[in-house]
Design a protein around this ligand. Structure first.
Ligand code: MBD
Ligand code: FE
Length: 284
């Protein structure tokens, strides 16, 4: 019985892992409390909430339902999921406003630093017989002025053919479909992997309950996550999607941008598909 339970992907298990991961990597810059800033932001958040209560005549039954739900989000460890699905896109929009290079998008809750490192042409770690269409993802990392960036590093992580992320679902090898690829002297890289499946927000936790109660769907389109860095340049966190894929037009996390949609083509003399995508990084 215990074995059966531990083998299932549950909201509480992936939530606990995401909460743990966040605690260990919390961004350290700008965390000093500026009283005036806290006062402004929290006062406006509260005022917006009071306004909603008054305009919609929120009842005590609804207030209690909210209280119960908020308590449950914490117990499920789903605050990282909730925030990254429904809030992060606005923060990323502001953070990326003045960037001239490639578009970025949200990081989401499932990044783990320190994945295995590989040379410029590499295969992400997979299981024997890993399911999914093989994908060759290749490109070049350049500066805004077109200079190839030597010393560039491309980190990729993504879900498997069942939409599951290693370290957030049981039974997957630790670094499955996660890797850090060091580009060559001209910033070129080639990454062999498989195409991920669309991702469904866990339906058995608080976020799933909210989605059901509101009549929404729980899906993100299939996506590759990336962090691209080079010495003297701004790191970019992004995701890439697949043209024609399900939910590319209605991502629950509002993280799709037109510039981030790939159109892979069949590999001429082999299996699967291939696509070229270049990254342009702003100066630090
Ligand atoms: C994901 O895989 C993801 O990328 C985001 C942003 C939120 C939830 C799951
Ligand atoms: Fe994701």
């Amino acid at each position: 019985m215990t074995d059966l339970i531990t083998e299932q992907a549950t909201a509480a298990a992936s939530g606990a892992a995401a909460t743990e991961q966040f605690r260990s990597k919390q961004r350290t810059e700008n965390t000093s409390a500026d009283t005036e800033r806290v006062d402004t932001l929290v006062s406006e958040l509260l005022a917006a909430t009071h306004d909603i209560v008054r305009r919609h005549k929120v009842t005590y039954a609804e207030y209690d339902a909210l209280k119960a739900w908020l308590i449950q989000v914490g117990e499920d460890g789903e605050w990282p999921l909730f925030l990254d699905v429904w809030i992060e896109h606005a923060v990323e929009e502001v953070a990326g406003e003045s960037r001239k290079g490639s578009k970025g998008t949200i990081e989401g809750p499932y990044y783990i630093p320190g994945s295995p490192r590989f040379a410029a042409e590499a295969s992400l770690p997979t299981r024997d017989g890993e399911q999914g269409t093989p994908l060759l993802f290749q490109g070049q990392v350049r500066a805004v002025d077109g200079t190839p960036l030597s010393g560039a590093v491309v980190e990729m992580w993504h879900a498997d053919n069942d939409g599951l992320y290693s370290q957030f679902a049981p039974g997957l090898p630790e670094w499955n479909l996660r890797g850090t690829v060091v580009a060559d002297a001209r910033g070129n890289f080639k990454i062999h992997t498989i195409e991920p499946a669309p991702y469904q927000i866990p339906t058995d936790g608080s976020c799933g309950k909210l989605i059901e109660a509101a009549g929404w769907h729980a899906w993100r389109p299939a996506h590759l996550h990336l962090k691209v860095a080079a010495p003297g340049h701004q790191l970019i966190t992004t995701q890439l999607y697949f043209q024609g894929g399900e939910h590319v037009g209605d991502d629950i996390a509002t993280a799709v941008k037109p510039e981030l949609i790939l159109a892979p083509t069949p590999v001429a003399d082999g299996q699967g598909r291939e696509v070229t995508y270049d990254f342009v990084l702003d100066k630090a």
